[in-house]
Ligand binder design. Structure first.
Ligand code: TNX
Length: 515
């Protein structure tokens, strides 16, 4: 923590005229914790009406994004100018020729009195560096109207790159539907913590949320319902594409999930031919799980699945399609394997790799498949065996990473089947040791799933996600050596004013001394 936030020790209240202005967060306060950060309060930089962003053409998207972040609250023009136009002070984005250790998502940031320099090998790295830089501004930078104040950025240097390639969030838009603008709002929020993957749980018993042109009743009928009889909804293919593109502009890859062979009541209510008796089932809006199954013996089932995979693959630029696989309690083990023996090859036929809940390991997935571990047990022989075969496991243990778990019994939202998950619980785990027999080299990364049985609004999403999402993001990004609750809770406290300025509805956990 930076003591200089309060002024040099011993001088509190007697700051000399040439003291650097106090700042809210130093480079050592960044969340997720950087690999290396050296604060230098004498090197604070002040953004002014004169400031520019320098970037070469290939970095203009990131430069424009940064400009859009800084303009509303400052009211400054902050034009994006040529990389080598040094006539004005400002922020330089240097793309390429950065340290090789930074890899593809790392960045190097220098805040000096006369300017800010951000270097990276790729635009992904520049984007992640921008997320760190934002936190060095006064929190009011996140407000949407002009604020009359100084815009001093904390001085120092940061050298930073991720521990795991995959840092994800999942949003369940099936139990309750969230419109494109709500999804985009969440994308903007998670991008701040260097989340690079958004898993969209698009279908479940209570609703089907993605238009499939060859099976229109999926959305015409299955899209109408939601938990508790709340309004349904769905994304047209154009809306889905718009979300995918928006996520890409935030350097986030979308992984769409169509859950199967269970969690399929909405599809089975839409088309009788998906049921073994040929009759549509009644729609369901309760939150039971494990009762539905596609008809495993019917050829129509595989025509349906192939059509869905074909359309979804064509709409999805990212490498993964998620084919569900959880809680198929009314599908026998033999049927489950028979089903996936037919379905798994379809994913590669349409040019994608498989993601699924960890239960898919029982169906012998190819080593390119990414099983997502969601259970609360610290042992699972089948998942460990898959890791030994070469599958990379995505870690989302429900008692740590599930953002829909209640923080405490008093949480008005959420479920608690995996326990109560306070901020400290969500932070206190290591993906490399959480599951016996799955070492760091077998871990793809982390994901923070947010199931929406009890969530209806963006405020609900935010309350469950913040602050815990920041902790999962840090576990995925930061070196294990930086892991320290006492340090983390102080850094987290200093994120509170950022969320307040941005209008994020966060849970003010008593475990944190909020600023
Ligand atoms: C279990 S964990 C589910 C979901 C529920 C969630 C609620 C898993 C893969 N499936 O169907 O929404 O619990 O926490």
């Amino acid at each position: 923590m930076g003591l200089w936030v309060l002024g040099p020790p011993g001088l509190a209240g007697f700051a000399a005229a040439d003291d650097p202005p106090a700042t809210e967060r130093a480079v050592t306060d960044i969340v997720p914790a950087p690999v290396q950060a050296r604060p230098d309060p004498a090197a604070n930089f002040t953004l002014t009406a004169d400031s520019v962003i320098r970037a070469e053409y290939q970095a203009h998207d990131v430069a424009d994004y940064l400009g859009d972040l800084l303009r509303p609250a400052t009211g400054f023009a902050i034009p994006v100018v040529d990389r080598y136009d040094t006539s004005k002070p400002g922020i330089t984005l240097q793309l390429g020729d950065a340290d090789q250790q930074l890899g593809s998502e790392g960045y190097q940031l220098t805040v000096a009195k006369d300017g800010i320099t951000l270097q990276a090998n790729t635009t992904d790295g520049l984007f992640e560096g921008v997320q760190s830089l934002r936190q060095l501004f006064p929190s009011a930078i996140g407000k949407s109207s002009v604020q009359q104040q100084d815009w001093t950025v904390s001085g120092g240097t940061v050298f930073d790159y991720p521990r795991f390639a995959r840092r994800g969030a999942m949003l369940d838009v099936a139990r309750h539907f969230f419109g494109p603008d709500q999804v985009k709002r969440y994308i903007d929020q998670i991008a701040q913590y260097k989340i690079n993957t958004l898993h969209l749980h698009l279908t479940d018993d209570q609703g089907w949320r993605i238009e499939i042109k060859s099976w229109p009743q999926l959305t015409e009928i299955g899209g109408k319902t939601a938990v508790d009889g709340d309004p349904g909804g769905f994304y047209t293919q154009d809306q889905y594409t718009d979300i995918v593109n928006y996520a890409a502009s935030r350097h986030i890859t979308v992984v769409p999930e169509v859950d199967m062979p269970g969690h399929t009541n909405a599809a089975q209510a839409s088309y009788g031919e998906l049921n073994c008796d040929g009759k549509p089932v009644p729609p369901r809006t309760d939150i039971d799980v494990g009762y539905s199954s596609l008809c495993i013996s019917s050829p129509t089932t595989y025509k349906f699945v192939e059509d869905v995979i074909r359309e979804l693959a064509a709409l999805t630029p990212g490498p993964y399609l998620d084919i569900g696989g959880d809680e198929a309690k009314s599908t026998s083990a033999a049927d489950y394997s028979a089903f996936y023996a037919k379905v798994m090859p379809l994913v590669s036929e349409y040019g994608k790799q498989i993601q699924g809940w960890h239960n898919i390991v029982e169906a012998n997935p190819p080593v390119s498949a990414v099983p997502e571990y969601w259970d609360t047990s610290r042992t699972n022989a089948d998942v460990a065996a898959a890791a030994a075969r070469g599958n990379k496991i995505l870690m989302a243990p429900a008692d740590k990473a599930y953002l829909d778990m209640k923080y405490t019994p008093d949480d008005p939202l959420g479920l608690h089947w995996a326990g109560y998950v306070e901020v400290k619980d969500a932070y206190d785990w290591d993906p490399a040791t959480v599951l016996q027999g799955v070492p760091e080299s077998s871990v793809a990364g982390v994901e923070a799933p947010l199931w929406s049985e009890t969530l209806r609004t963006s405020a609900d999403i935010e309350y469950q996600a913040f602050p815990r999402l920041a902790g999962i993001a840090e576990i995925g990004w930061s070196p294990a050596a930086t892991h320290n609750w006492d340090d983390y809770r102080k850094r987290l406290a200093a994120q509170g004013p950022i969320w307040t300025a941005q209008g994020i509805n966060f849970y003010r956990s008593p475990q944190v001394d909020w600023k």
